[in-house]
Design a protein. Structure first.
Length: 439
């Protein structure tokens, strides 16, 4: 048992912890957990807690159903919304086979390997994630409705913005869990909100995003509301995005900007690598049929281009210096599995550095009003769910990065989902049945 695990056991014993949640996500990013009692935690660290993999999306058939969860002691968090007497704590877990071998479809372990590849190349990847969500009212039975919590708009204030207190409660809860919110505000859509939290290393940032989504759901529920991370829950209103802000450090220095107007060549090759691979990995960044209601509309570009500041581009380089200099990838949405998505993004960027790819010239204009002679020269993201599946199926980069097990299972599942969507009576009915209450 590691020193950190022993410290965690002491913390649990000294702080009235009565329930321990072992958390992980399925292949598609849905969060799962099992609760154990404190007396089982030492055994969990040493041997793991078994579960039935055949019941988890994308994990297994009925031939090899046994997997085990090994809690990562560095991810200990007390859940502030649970009782303070008889506390509840949560760990994120690694998933292994009973013989101790890493489970090939554990997306968190995959991201750890990509982070190691980054470190071996001499870089640290830091990221900040900007996630939007909607708050909806619930009916008398507590079931979600499609009625937004308010009719506010961008940066509105109370009383038009009714989500102010809910966001405040979410931010305070995140702070108690060691996650630092930087800003929060009402977004463009009715009932739509956004909270930004401080950047961290890639694995911690993705863990924090999963925590953020669970906190938003829990606090919304405690306030008699339902939170949705569906890309476009109201088809006529503003969509929800998940902007991924990313930078690279080398020897403790952020290399994304070397002067107010110049990026390092390494950073440019990283961005070029991401731009090169974005179309074929879009299925993993925008993994639902509903995602394609969002791409190409309202600051969600469908073209492969970049700009220094324009929010209409796929990649934006914000006007920031020092540790906050970064690239902002704007196409992903909150329905993704963030461990898979970030693994692909970092790997594409590292490939760009390795291949010394040149960065295309910036397109510092509004992409939505650019003339056709400019637009016609740009590569495009897939415009439909089916197109995204087809591009992913042809990709050599995806299985090389994710491994064949994840690639085959994920793409097969999304292909079946796309086929079902093509036969749906109505788009909105399919979205409500498959996504609204789940995402």
């Amino acid at each position: 048992m590691t020193h950190t695990a022993k410290e965690v056991l002491d913390f649990v014993a000294e702080n009235d912890v009565k329930f321990i949640r072992l958390a992980f996500c399925d292949l598609f990013g849905a969060q799962k957990n099992i609760s154990i009692m404190p007396g089982e935690l030492a055994y969990a660290f040493e041997k793991g807690i078994p579960f039935d993999a055949s019941a988890i999306g994308g994990f297994s058939d009925f031939t090899k159903t046994d997997l085990i969860l090994i809690p990562d002691p560095t991810t200990l968090n007390v859940l502030p919304w649970r009782p303070q007497q008889g506390r509840v704590v949560r760990f994120y877990c690694d998933i292994r086979h009973p013989n101790g071998v890493d489970f090939e479809c554990d997306s968190r372990i995959l991201l750890k390997r990509v982070v190691k590849r980054c470190a071996d190349a001499g870089y640290v990847c830091n990221m900040g994630l900007e996630c939007e969500f909607y708050l909806f009212k619930v009916d008398e039975q507590g079931e979600p409705t499609k009625t937004p919590f308010d009719n506010g708009g961008y940066f509105d204030i109370s009383p038009t913005d009714k989500g102010e207190n809910v966001r405040r409660e979410i931010c305070l809860c995140l702070e108690e869990m060691g996650i630092r919110p930087e800003s929060s505000h009402h977004e463009r859509g009715p009932g739509q909100n956004k909270i930004n939290f401080k950047f961290s290393d890639a694995l911690t940032s993705v863990d924090n995003l999963q925590t953020f989504k669970s906190v938003v759901k829990a606090i919304a529920g405690r306030n008699g509301l339902f939170a949705s991370f569906m890309p476009k829950p109201i088809l006529s209103k503003s969509p929800s995005g998940l902007h991924i802000n990313l930078s690279l450090s080398q020897n403790g220095q952020n290399i994304f900007r070397v002067s107010p107007t110049e990026h390092s060549k390494t950073a440019e090759s990283f961005i070029a690598g991401v731009l090169k691979r974005v179309p074929e990995m879009t299925l993993f960044l925008n993994p639902t049929a509903n995602s394609y209601e969002r791409l190409g509309a309202q600051n969600s570009s469908k073209y492969v281009s970049w700009s220094h500041q324009s929010r209409s581009q796929l990649v934006r380089i914000p006007a920031a210096d020092g540790e906050k200099a970064r690239m902002d990838l704007r196409s992903p949405d909150p329905s993704l599995n963030p461990y898979l998505a970030v693994s692909l993004i970092i790997s594409a960027g590292l490939d760009g550095i390795q291949e010394n790819l040149p960065l295309m010239p910036p397109l510092d204009t509004d992409i939505f009003s650019a003339p056709k002679n400019i637009i016609s020269k740009l590569a495009r993201l897939p415009s439909t769910f089916a197109d995204a599946v087809a591009l992913a199926e042809k990709s050599k980069f995806i299985p090389a990065t994710l491994g064949s097990d994840i690639s085959v299972r994920y793409i097969a599942a999304k292909s079946a989902e796309s086929a079902e969507f093509s036969h749906a009576e109505t788009k909105s009915g399919f979205y409500d049945e498959h996504y609204f209450k789940i995402l």
